[in-house]
Design a protein. Structure first.
Lengths: 445, 855
């Protein structure tokens, strides 16, 4: 049976390209089968690693490639692997973070549904690099089909000897466990994920210690995003230098962007990092512009956690540095486009509701602050805002930003702060006129 | 072997330090210290809510912010390790703003119901708001309020345990309760539910918060979210004073405060008084709630004298005169040896010493014992067992041990404080824990290997470990020489088979004992109260010698009661340690000549009517002696029985004279804890009703017999100090002990091994008089595994008849969380069920059969 979520991808374009690789086979209905995957060059990198490379060489290759984490923070992957203490007597664990819950993000899902072996192969290589013999894939519970696909792929991989004992006669043992989450956004945050995996409540942990030193069961643990890991076999096969030919100097390689919101062709597109945001939204090959000829109001470039961009800011490269230079972030690469009819306050109300609901509740500023902010923002959107509310919101955001255990607190307030900065008039309008200027255009409340 | 050098490296290693600057002052602290601890150590106040010195830092409340130069954000000092060269500011403007914001967030949904909150006056939130907050709120929404499941009073209270009331509105979600429950106590009856701003603390679904340490949760709650019923709304905290006391129920002497009010002469509660050497600030519920027996209204009020078969109240003068007269009479007519004395080892040093002197000098008999709940003991005294029992022991050394073994000890029930220390070593330093017992115990959950051996094969298990070490060449061959010939059986495999345990488990333990850098090997009551404790102790002595354990750690049999160690050191036994005896002999000006008698021997003599009078101080042998019928028969044969107690008990019921005894909280006294540490407990209130402290009673008696014990209080104290100073540690022998074994066959009809001990919420016979503890457990039960319950076709709560050769009781079934063999456990603390009637003093393992009572 093959059921795929009807997501638009640019697989055809990728297939034409010499370099883009993540989406090359995602439209092939048989790609999830190990035979097809192998036919397309699958598990060659894993075999190469196991039979001819030392763990340090793997880490060095990935480090040289410039690959950075695709889960949101963009941390250099090879460097992270290098943090695992060499002399620790404890077991080490590699965890693939497949909890994909950042609003707007739907890229990992495509990989898991259509090309799950790419992820498994990347996991295996990562596990070997850090000396792990047990790896976990933590998949969000709602991803029923992904879970089925990954579990099926894992069984095939075992059956074909890609996983298990003494793989390829190398003497290396590697086992894999698929764990499904309970549907909490916070469990995508790596330390909450660790707690969840241990059977505890999904509360974030304070760092240090970093997971690389004391993670799962207080043992060295590496957590990587699905997309990050899926890129690894290609880097091994084609080399760090090849990978660096894509993207910018500091943001190497390609990345999948999930384009959603008011665009004609919402979908997942693999492009080199540094790709122009405006092009992605307007080019016929990708977003194909905004429906009904509407004008653009705002773009959230990296998932719900990142600061909004105004229309005059979108002529920018989709890479970590360029987005930072315009005050936002690449995040998970989920681009949410809002047209001119969308109320900024309304959109923020939706976001803060999400973050309030998903706050784990461990640290005071985020737990209490998101609740308070939601109430304030909701009353403004409903025309009940009071003079001083905007200043209060701004101030409360300042009391949360940088003051929390995990980045969820920051994620909750950065978009708010950016909209107060860029659309202060619109906020003020709600209070002065006791109503939302775009109220009638929202389909649902 | 390497063991000697290992010990040296442990002490020689100088801990590395770091130097930093806090508020302009330079300070050097051990590496690994947090910035918070460094600041607190300098006397700098840094406010905290979620930090607890004995729990892992979580950085949740964000109250402890400090500014560290070169760091972009405010740092939470409780979770930031002090580093060389750090420059820390604890009170900068940024820090002040950060704290204010936290207080504002916390107060946003806080009910501010201080006027009706019982935490008022000792609430961290009140205090820190007072100091760091502001007097206005920018929060202009309706406050969130938890009412679900609450009694709809203004307080929205929910009872979540026998003693705990939860008010979720006041909770500031510091998570200390949940963390302590898990990290320190290993309990999961309390948890955090939901998420984000609707997170709530509550009892686990379908459960009560009733674990044996649950009272600590109330104590560490920084606000009035958790309060306990024995204290709340009885008095405002600032009207009370505190007496510095210690726990009278356990042998650790955990330090406590008794909160009292002088005009009413009332005690209101007991809390911890943190002493890191002993208790880490955690106290067991039995310690926290047990005090309330002192305030019970059914305390014995006056002396009672049996007249025409009925006990009637009399004055102290009359009672003392009568006792003095009768004892003198019996002494004169039948000889002084005809009087036996039993005393409770929960009493203070001076009472014990006075009793010793009274028995051995005034009466002139060697009939003294404090070990009332032990069966037949070797008539000539123990050898190996005495050595084992005398060994030094340090609670704090458990913390640093990398291998910890508890052998023959249901730690939770016998030694709750050391039970927690084991958990701490496991939790915080990844110590390897092994539990070796005749039935599965609660701390098996942290054990690397949990060995449950066939009851009655204790010494064989120990031998198995020794044999495994020899066979696997884990120990020096020279050291091992000679052992094999002295013990049975011949091989580890055979021993494992006899004991019904896995050889692989035994090998793992042997390896850990050999490899361990610092080993703590603890022996408990299942050995101490075993008729065959001598060979078991001999086997342990062999084990110690083979592995050199005391060279790199400690091997100790843990004393059981508040002053058991004191009683041993003061020579309240038939056979005191040689140096103790020498000291006593000098003080007493001689030593009675008659054969020294243990409790059991005294009873035998009573039975033969060779002892005609008995003096029992603070003890209830009829409830606790492990053979009720025998004890009753013997005590009833006496011509004259005097019993001092705080309550009427089954033993006072058969006495000729009953004297009301004051409790430990009603007089000041010194107690020696299981480490040998002497600690002082202040009096909280005056003796209630007409009760008197044991010391006073004994001294009066001696005076009435015209043989005053001491010239002055000074002399008395000097004597006690002198005896305590005697060397009571006996050296290990230079050779291995012989350990033989004969495997007694089980009775055919009675197949289920039965173990009798204390319920985790009780200790001895007094705690059932504490209303708070009775709220947890108020009647006996028979605890069994799920499998046994299924086999017997009974479920929790069913009434069953538990029957042995000696007697029977009818009790409800309790299905155990951790028992996993067919052994059963019954608590001995309740007079309503006479569980000691199941026991026979000569039996090594008592066995029962269990049948359902038709309803
Ligand atoms: C609130 C929150 C949610 C997150 N959710 C995810 C997620 O769903 N998937 C993911 O890969 N990373 C998520 N992250 C990031 C992870 O914590 C972690 O940085 C990432 O998995 C590391 O992988 P990478 O280095 O490959 O990016 C989340 C972070 C936060 C703060
Ligand atoms: S920031 Fe929010 S989600 Fe993260 S630990 Fe704090 S309360 Fe939990
Ligand atoms: S109940 Fe008390 S201890 Fe527990 S989280 Fe709430 S405030 Fe903290
Ligand atoms: S005390 Fe440091 S965060 Fe709570």
């Amino acid at each position: 049976m093959s059921f795929y979520s009807p997501v638009i991808t640019n697989a055809a374009e990728v297939a034409q390209s010499d370099d883009l690789h993540l989406f090359r086979y995602v439209e092939d209905p048989e790609q999830h089968n190990v035979d097809t995957y192998e036919k397309h060059g699958g598990y060659v990198a894993w075999k190469k690693v196991l039979t001819s490379m030392q763990p340090d060489e793997v880490i060095a290759e990935v480090k040289n490639s410039g690959l950075r984490g695709r889960g949101g923070a963009g941390f250099p992957t090879g460097m992270k692997w290098g943090f695992v203490p060499k002399d620790s007597p404890k077991a080490r664990y590699l965890i693939c973070n497949a909890d994909e819950s950042e609003p707007g993000t739907c890229k990992d899902r495509v990989i898991m549904e259509r090309d799950p072996h790419a992820m498994i192969e990347g996991m295996a290589i990562g596990a070997y690099a850090i000396g792990s013999h047990l790896m976990f894939c933590y998949i969000r519970g709602e991803f029923g089909h992904c879970i089925d696909q990954v579990e099926a792929a894992m069984k095939q991989a075992y059956a074909k000897g890609h996983l298990g004992k003494n793989i390829y006669g190398s003497g290396y043992d590697l086992d894999m466990v698929v764990h499904t989450g309970g549907g909490a956004y916070i469990c995508g945050e790596e330390t909450a994920l660790l707690n969840s995996l241990e059977g505890e409540k999904g509360l974030s942990r304070i760092r240090p210690p970093f997971p690389a030193v004391a993670g799962l069961y207080a043992s060295p643990t590496i957590v990587n995003n699905v997309e990050t890991l899926a890129a690894v076999p290609h880097i091994i096969n084609r080399g760090a230098d090849w990978y660096k030919t894509m993207g910018t100097e500091k943001s190497a390689g390609s990345k999948i962007f999930s384009l959603t919101g008011h665009v004609n062709r919402p979908g997942n597109y693999e492009v080199p990092l540094g790709f122009n945001l405006k092009t992605l939204i307007y080019d016929e090959k990708y977003g194909a512009g905004i429906p009904n000829g509407k004008k653009l109001k705002a773009v959230i470039p990296g998932g719900a956690s990142t600061p909004y961009l105004k229309p005059d800011m979108i002529d920018v490269g989709l890479d970590y540095e360029s987005l930072a230079s315009v005050g936002s972030m690449l995040g998970s690469g989920a681009i949410i486009v809002l047209d001119e009819d969308t109320c900024i306050v309304w959109s923020i109300m939706k976001l803060i509701h999400f973050f309030r609901h998903e706050s784990c509740g461990k640290c005071t500023p985020c737990r209490e602050g998101t609740g308070w902010l939601e109430q304030l923002i909701t009353r403004i959107e409903h025309g009940e805002g009071r003079p001083g509310d905007i200043e209060k919101i701004d101030d409360l955001c300042g009391n949360i930003l940088g003051r929390t255990i995990c980045p969820l607190g920051d994620a909750a307030v950065m978009p708010i702060q950016s909209t107060i900065k860029h659309w202060r008039d619109e906020w003020q309008y709600h209070i002065d006129h006791k109503k939302c200027p775009c109220a009638n255009t929202h389909e649902f409340k | 072997m390497a063991t000697e050098t290992k010990k040296d490296t442990r002490t020689a290693q100088q801990a590395p330090t770091v130097t930093l600057t806090i508020d302009g002052q330079e300070v050097t602290v051990p590496k690994g210290t947090t910035v918070l601890e460094a600041a607190l150590g300098m006397g700098i106040h840094v406010p905290t809510f979620c930090w607890h010195p004995k729990l892992k830092s979580v950085g949740a409340c964000r109250m402890c912010y400090v500014e560290i130069e070169k760091m972009p954000k405010l740092a939470v000092s409780c979770a930031t390790e002090a580093m060389d060269g750090m420059v820390v500011h604890t009170d900068s403007d940024l820090v002040k703003r950060g704290r204010k914001a936290v207080i504002e967030f916390i107060l946003a949904n806080h009910p501010l119901d201080c006027p009706t909150c019982d935490k008022g006056g000792e609430c961290d939130l009140q205090d820190l708001t007072f100091k760091h907050g502001f007097d206005d709120s920018r929060y202009d929404f309706l406050k969130m309020r938890f009412t679900e499941g609450a009694v709809h009073t203004t307080f929205d209270d929910v009872r979540i345990g026998p003693e705990i009331i939860l008010n979720r509105n006041r909770c500031i979600l510091c998570y200390k309760c949940v963390r302590a429950n898990k990290e320190a106590f290993g309990e999961y009856d309390l948890g955090a539910f939901e998420r984000g701003n609707i997170t709530e603390i509550n009892a686990a679904p379908g459960r009560e918060v009733s674990n044996p340490f649950s009272g600590n949760l109330v104590e560490i709650c920084p606000v009035g979210a958790l309060t306990n019923t024995d204290w709340r709304y009885k008095i405002r905290v600032w009207l009370t004073k505190q007496a510095r006391s210690i726990c009278p129920f356990t042998s650790s002497g955990t330090n406590t405060l008794l909160w009292k009010e002088d005009h009413q002469q009332k005690i209101f509660r007991c809390t911890s008084r943190r002493n890191d050497d002993i208790d880490d600030g955690w106290i067991a519920d039995v310690t926290r709630y047990g005090w309330s027996y002192v305030m019970a209204e059914d305390r014995l009020q006056t002396p009672l004298v049996k007249k025409e078969g009925k006990q009637v109240p009399v004055s102290w003068e009359e009672a003392i005169d009568l006792v003095a007269r009768r004892l003198t009479e019996i002494d004169d007519t039948k000889g002084n040896v005809c009087i036996g004395g039993l005393i409770n080892p929960q009493l203070d040093n001076e009472s014990l010493h006075a009793f010793n002197k009274f028995m051995r000098v005034t009466i002139g008999a060697n009939n003294v014992d404090h070990r009332l709940d032990y069966p037949m003991l070797p008539a000539q005294g123990d050898t190996a067992y005495s050595i084992l029992s005398s060994q030094p022991f340090s609670i704090a050394d458990i913390d640093t041990s990398d291998v910890i073994v508890s052998f023959g000890s249901d730690m939770l029930k016998e030694h709750p404080n050391e039970y927690l220390r084991m958990r701490k070593a496991y939790m915080f330093r990844q110590a390897k824990v092994f539990t070796i017992n005749p039935y599965a115990v609660k701390n098996a959950d942290i054990a690397s290997v949990d060995v449950v051996y066939a009851p009655g094969t204790d010494e064989i298990v120990v031998n198995a470990i020794c044999l495994a070490a020899i066979e696997e060449k884990l120990v020096d061959a020279g050291r091992a020489a000679g052992l094999k010939d002295k013990i049975v059986p011949n091989s580890a495999a055979e021993a494992a088979e006899t004991a019904g345990v896995e050889l692989d488990d035994i090998k793992i333990i042997a390896r850990s004992l050999a490899d361990g850098k610092q080993v703590t090997f603890l022996v408990g009551e299942l050995v101490a109260r075993c008729a065959e404790r001598e060979p078991i102790a001999a086997a342990i002595a062999n084990l110690n010698r083979l592995f050199g354990l005391t060279d790199k750690g400690q091997v100790a049999r843990l004393a059981r009661y508040a002053n058991s160690k004191g009683a041993e050191k003061l020579g309240l036994t038939p056979f005191p340690a040689p140096e103790v005896k020498a000291k006593l002999e000098r003080i007493f000006g001689g030593w009675p000549e008659n054969e020294a008698l243990t409790t059991d021997k005294m009873l035998v003599q009573m039975n033969k009517e060779a002892i005609n009078a008995g003096l029992v101080v603070g003890a209830n042998p009829l409830l606790l002696y492990p053979d009720r019928e025998f004890a009753r028969e013997c005590l009833e044969r006496l011509d004259f029985l005097v019993v001092c107690d705080s309550f009427e008990t089954e033993t006072t019921a058969i006495a000729d004279v009953v004297l009301p005894l004051a409790s430990w909280a009603e007089y000041a006294g010194d107690y020696v804890n299981l480490e040998g540490r002497t600690q002082h407990a202040e009096a909280a209130i005056k003796p209630r009703f007409h009760s008197r402290p044991a010391l006073e009673i004994i001294e009066q008696l001696a005076r009435a017999m015209d043989k005053p014990l001491f010239e002055s209080a000074d002399e008395r104290r000097r004597e006690v100090a002198e005896v305590l100073a005697a060397q009571a540690v006996l050296p290990w022998p230079n050779d291995y002990f012989e350990v033989s074994f004969d495997n007694a066959a089980a009775d055919s009809e009675y197949t289920i091994p039965v173990f009798v001990g204390d319920d985790p919420h009780h200790a001895g016979h007094l705690t059932e008089k504490s209303p708070s503890l009775s709220n947890f457990v108020s009647e006996a039960y028979v605890e069994m595994s799920i499998e046994l319950a299924a086999k017997l076709d009974v479920k929790a709560g069913d009434s069953v008849r538990v029957e042995s050769e000696a007697g029977k009781v009818i009790v409800p079934v309790k299905v155990s969380d951790y028992l996993d063999t067919d052994a059963v456990f019954l608590p001995r603390n309740f007079s309503s069920a006479q569980v000691n009637s199941l026991l026979m003093r000569k039996k090594r393992v008592n066995r029962v059969k269990i049948t359902r009572v038709a309803d």
